[in-house]
Every structure is written in C-alpha cells, then in structure tokens.
Ligand binder design. Sequence first.
Ligand SMILES: NC(=O)c1ccc[n+]([C@@H]2O[C@H](COP(=O)([O-])OP(=O)(O)OC[C@H]3O[C@@H](n4cnc5c(N)ncnc54)[C@H](O)[C@@H]3O)[C@@H](O)[C@H]2O)c1
Length: 436
Amino acid sequence: MNICIFGLGYVGCVSLGCLAQNGHTVIGVDVSKDKVSQINAGMATIIEKDIDRIIAAQHKAGHISATMDGDFAVLNSEISIVAVGTPPTEKGHLNLDYVFHVAENIGQALTHKSDFHVIAIRSTVMPGTCEKIVRIIEEKSGKRNRKDFAVVDNPEFLREGSAVEDYYCPPLTLIGSDSQQASEIMRSLYRDLPAEIIITDVKVAEIMKYVNNTFHALKISFGNEIGNICSALGVDSHKVMEVFCKDRQLNISPYYFKPGYAYGGSCLPKDLKGLQTLAHDLYVPIPVIGSIDQTNERQKQRAVSMLSKYFGKKIAVLGLSFKAGTDDLRNSPSVELIEVLLGRGFDIGIYDHNIRMARLTGKNKEYIDSRIPHLANLLVDDLDGLIRESDVIIISNKEPLFSEKLQHVSGKTIIDMVRISRNDLKRDNDYRGINW
Ligand SMILES: NC(=O)c1ccc[n+]([C@@H]2O[C@H](COP(=O)([O-])OP(=O)(O)OC[C@H]3O[C@@H](n4cnc5c(N)ncnc54)[C@H](O)[C@@H]3O)[C@@H](O)[C@H]2O)c1
C-alpha cells in the first residue's frame, strides 16, 4: 500500500520504518526541514533501538521518503496516518492544534483526489476529536464522510526504549471506525502483525490510551503504596507483589473491571479499612488506597441522584444482598440505597429470594435490624406481582431470574446497576444503566 505519515517524531519515525519493512511504500511529512532531510538521507529522526538500521535499509530500497509538502503526500497515498504531537496546554488540556492543522492540510489535498482516502489518527486524542476532524475535512474538501474519505482512530501503544519491538508485537491493534470500507483497509494494513485486530466505536478507541495510561499510573502507585506499608512492617514487598500477581482469577484478570454499582459485603469494606488504619498507625501516607472508599461512597450517591426524580412512583428493588447467590446483607450497597430512599419517603417493594426474614441470624440480622428494621414489611415473595405494580425497577444484583422475568416487561423504567443484557429487554422500556 502507499501510505503517508504526518509527524516524524517517535511514533511517526517508527511507523515509517516498520510499515516500509512490512512491504509498504511510505512518505513521511513534517514541518521540520531537518527531520525531512534526515529521512531523505537514510537517517532516523530519533534515538531508538533498531530504528537506524531499519530506516537506512528501507531508504536504500526506495521504500521511504520524506517531504514538507502534505498535498503531494496525500495525493500519492491511500492512507494518511496522523502522528503529530498533542502536548498539554498550561491548564492541562490537550493541545490539538497540530492535529487540526494537519486535518486542514489533508482536506485541502483531497479536493484534488477522487479515490477513497483513509485518515488514521495515531496521535493520542480526546473522545470527539475524530468527529471534529471529519467536519474540518468535509469543509475544506467539499467531499463526503464515509463516501469519499473516512477518519479512523488508531491509537499507538508503543513505549519509548522498546518502540520497534512494541510496534511488531503490540498488545492489540485497535481501530475505531464507523466505515466498513476504512475498517477493511486498516485491517489489511496491519495483517502482518501478530496481534488481535479490534474494530470498535471511534470514541471507544479515542479514550483507550487515557484509560490504559491512567491504569498503568494507578498500578505503579498502588504497588508503591503497598511497598511502603510492607517496608514499614519489615515485610518483603517484592515477595508480596509476586504472590499477588500469581492470582489470575481475581487480581490480574478481567474480574472486578465491570463499571457498575458500589462494592459491599463483609470483606472488602472491612479489610480496606483495616489496611488504611494500619498505614495510618505506621505513619505511611497512602493517598490512593486511602481514597478508594470515597469513590465507593460517590457511586452510592450517584445511584441516589439518579433515582431522586422518581419520587412518588412505586419502586421495585430486585436484589438486596451485596451479590447474587448469597443472603449476606452486611454492607450491601443495595441496603444502603433503600435506607436513603426510605428516609426520603419513597414507596419501595423488595424482592430477593435468598432473603428469608425468619432465617436471618447473627450479625446479618443485627445489621439489617439497625438499618431497615421494618424490612419484613417491604420484602415480597411474588416477583411477578411486584414488577407488575411498580413504575421503576432497580436491578441491583446479577440474579439470572431477574433478566429472565424482565424479558416480558413493557413500559417500565428500568434502572440497571449490573448491566443485564439489553437485547433481552423490550424496546418500550425506559432503560438506564448507572454508568453506561
Ligand atoms: N512517544 C511515545 O512513546 C508515544 C506513544 C504512544 C502515543 N504517542 C502519541 O503520539 C503522538 C506523537 O507523539 P511523538 O512522541 O511521536 O511526538 P513528537 O513530538 O516526537 O513528534 C511529533 C512530530 O510532529 C511534527 N509536526 C507538528 N505539526 C506538524 C504538521 N502540521 N505537519 C507535519 N508534522 C507536524 C513535529 O515537527 C514532530 O516532528 C502524540 O499524540 C503522543 O501522545 C506517543
């Protein structure tokens, strides 16, 4: 394929060399005369393992060149990759001026081009940027999105220091696209890479780098705070984290990564508090671990705010325990939500077939007696009747029976805390997810 790359910095230079090595003909574009001259002399614009050798070889083979003339580059390629810088502004926002400037340049060039052209945004950009780029290109070129051209988001996952290795072995290849034609072109561009190619919504792809990098920063900070606590206790922190990483079911796994409602139960809140108190007693500051429960409290408040507009309606809460398949009510976020709503005068009915008032004993009974003493009056046995008589249905745990019953429900407001399958619901319901 013929490809052009705007921006010959770390990302652009590595893509230029590696795409050429994979058999493509690549034109680099930069506003820096020096960088253009370096490529045209067969030299890399960056210091990075293996890139000198690749650029020299691909230049010698005639597979790469560079220019300051963006029009020439676009007219001689099928795909324009945008890899210009997106530095932070003084206030911490992203400066997208370079990206929009390139979009204008590409739009201008497309006025002279009749073939379909793909613009792949490799720079890290905020959700909504590709939409703006589409508008700029349509305005400048008079061409139509998805007919004459398409803008896809194709975030770069390489790390400086191992950039070439990362290019050839990425964790995945991500393409955010709303054009079938562009998706297929991008898929064939990366077909030689060993990674899974994921085609998804444009905005999902756009936010992914931020989600990844924020999580990486969180991982480092979590590891460091655990290390600081261990060190104060004389415990070997590296042995601790080695064992931690061996748990691939709950720790290093997709488990617990589903956006939804607050955590609860008898263990997570108690053990988190225990570690926070231990660190406090050891005089070890732990701002990350110390604020986890604040996020959890906010999530409960979010549910209350979401529900406040349904005052005066009949509310059904499906699920009372902190997760499906248990009768443990201690620190159940559902109990806390009901407590707040009852305090505000909401009319509530509850169904949870694991909760039998007569069988509640010990700490579990003590807890519920202190939070919702008249729970027995609110619990119903007839799930169908409760659903029928209610205007708003809150699904607060993933009991399979709930999804089964809700398939037959029409014309209700459904507030989902756990993401049941929406495809199973009738369209005339007013469905709302807590954070989707
Ligand atoms: N460096 C990394 O490790 C890395 C990894 C993944 C993603 N990213 C993202 O990729 C993007 C590029 O990062 P980088 O580190 O390669 O940046 P960089 O600063 O090294 O290179 C950017 C290049 O773009 C050129 N440029 C600016 N305006 C231009 C224009 N109008 N036309 C042509 N060229 C222009 C600059 O002269 C410069 O050579 C950023 O959004 C960054 O966040 C970087």
